[in-house]
Design a protein around this ligand. Structure first.
Ligand SMILES: [Cu+2]
Length: 482
């Protein structure tokens, strides 16, 4: 060992003790003035890390302590949506990365490990860190290596962490982000269910849904035109078996982050109102909020009580992202109906505007002759327009549907097997589990308010497109299913 000073050992020991005492007394003082930088930690343990959508146990009443975080970086292939693969770069093997839960005053000893099979160096910038680069300057780690640094969490709140290795945008775009929660002393108020949801935008060389392994597209990323905007790293992570769940009467807290790299999120749960929102993940609590804005590299804590059963759709309310790019999840609430809070449809009837009585068809022959006979070609032409205004929003322009959410009409075995059943679907709507081309869907199609003629046209168009069986649907066939 190389000696660094010539000071006699005994004298050195005395100095050390003296400095330790000095440090200790200043710590005591600082604690009284609630300077968290100097709280003496009590005990040491390894932090529990969780994959989304789960979060570690609440801190409760525990004192500040030393927490060891073991985080492994893995570059791995995953599924963006059915038939579409993507090479994700991850903190802990998931997008978003493992959730880290701390309390104010904790000293975090961070072990960042870069798996030997990885190709690139990475680092980590945690927004909960007070220090240069949020840790990035001390954590650059090559494949097959480990870096250790430590920091004190001083400010309570929900914070994003992300890779900050050049090109930074590319590392984030590939999924290198996650959340670290710093609870206040005594913890956040207890709730029944807690979940971890994080939005991200992805840029692929192929369009949305283009099959195969899709490489990252730098040009689209620079232009900020993502093909995918998703929760928890892929289309359908929170639907089709991945739904978040709760029971009527429970309180639900969502830790919501936005990794970006580019878009801000207008986070909204359809049919719910956030009782409390920790605005931007900080200490200010706003109440009774419909939609909360989450900046790229920001977060929000929202909680609400679920009062009625049903599927509550989680979206980025920049709504094309939800229905066309993947930013759609489901909170499934089970339990008894509460008709006082939500009645459901009480009545359905005919609506006639004032003076509208003249539109009444006095006899049924008049109604019948009102529908002109049309050729299949005419039907297809008119049907295409109806499809473009009515069905397209969910089933998509080529009838391809949206994986896990809206079933395809193109080459649909369900559609082709039984035209009567398909007509009923449009007349009366459809809900509950259905299997289309071997894939299960459990969603709601609202009944479509169209005339017999219109339904005949749109159905004939669909049956004569995208490899379907060319059934010619007539208004009479529709009428028979009313
Ligand atoms: Cu990285």
């Amino acid at each position: 060992m190389k000696k660094t000073s010539k000071m006699p050992l005994k004298l050195k020991a005395v100095f050390c003790i003296f400095f330790a005492m000095l440090l200790f007394t200043s710590c005591k003082k600082a604690e009284e003035s609630t300077d968290y930088t100097a709280i003496v930690t009590d005990g040491e343990k390894e932090a529990e890390l969780t994959a989304p959508p789960m979060v570690p146990k609440p801190v409760g009443n525990r004192p500040a302590m030393k927490l060891k975080v073991n985080m492994e970086i893995k570059e791995q292939e995953g599924t963006m949506t059915d038939g579409v693969k993507y090479t994700y770069w991850t903190f802990g093997g998931t997008v978003p990365g493992s959730f880290i839960r701390t309390r104010v005053g904790d000293e975090v000893e961070f072990h960042l490990k870069n798996h030997p099979d990885n190709k690139l160096p990475h680092n980590i910038d945690l927004h909960a860190v007070t220090g240069p680069g949020g840790g990035a300057t001390s954590s650059l780690v090559a494949p097959g290596h480990e870096k250790v640094f430590s920091f004190k969490v001083i400010n309570p709140g929900l914070y994003v962490y992300h890779c900050a290795t050049a090109p930074v945008g590319m590392h984030i775009a590939n999924g290198m982000y996650g959340l670290i929660l710093v609870e206040p002393e005594g913890g956040l108020p207890p709730v029944d269910k807690e979940y971890y949801v994080m939005q991200g935008d992805f840029y692929t060389q192929g369009e949305y849904g283009a099959k195969g392994l899709q490489p990252f597209d730098m040009n689209k990323a620079v232009k900020e035109t993502p093909d995918y905007v998703v929760f928890n790293g892929k289309v359908g992570s929170l639907t089709n078996g991945g739904e978040l769940t709760a029971k009527v009467g429970e309180t639900v807290r969502l830790f919501v982050g936005n990794g970006g790299p580019n878009l801000v999120s207008s986070f909204h749960v359809i049919g719910e109102i956030f009782d409390n929102v920790h605005v931007e993940g900080g200490s200010m609590v706003n109440k009774n909020v419909q939609t909360t804005l989450i900046p790229a590299g920001g977060a929000s804590i929202v909680d609400f009580k679920v009062e009625t059963p049903g599927n509550f759709i989680i979206v980025d309310h920049s709504i094309f992202r939800a229905f066309n790019k993947g930013a759609l999840g489901i909170l499934k609430v089970e339990g008894p109906e509460n008709k006082k809070v939500y009645s459901g449809t009480i009545q359905e009837g005919i609506y006639l505007p004032e003076g509208g009585t003249i539109q009444k068809m006095p006899n049924s022959t008049a109604a019948k002759t009102a529908i002109p006979k049309r050729t299949v070609t005419e039907k297809i032409k008119i049907g295409k327009e109806i499809f473009g205004t009515t069905c397209f929003a969910c089933h998509q322009s080529e009838g391809q549907g949206i994986p896990s959410t809206f079933p395809p009409l193109a080459k649909s075995d369900y559609l082709n097997a039984d035209p009567k059943r398909a007509i009923k679907t449009i007349l009366h709507g459809l809900s509950g589990e259905v299997t289309v081309n071997g894939k299960k869907y459990n969603n709601v199609m609202p009944s479509q308010n169209l005339s017999d003629d219109e339904i005949a046209n749109v159905m004939t168009y669909i049956y004569n497109s995208w490899g379907n069986n060319k059934t010619d649907v007539t208004p009479e066939m529709v009428k028979a299913q009313r």
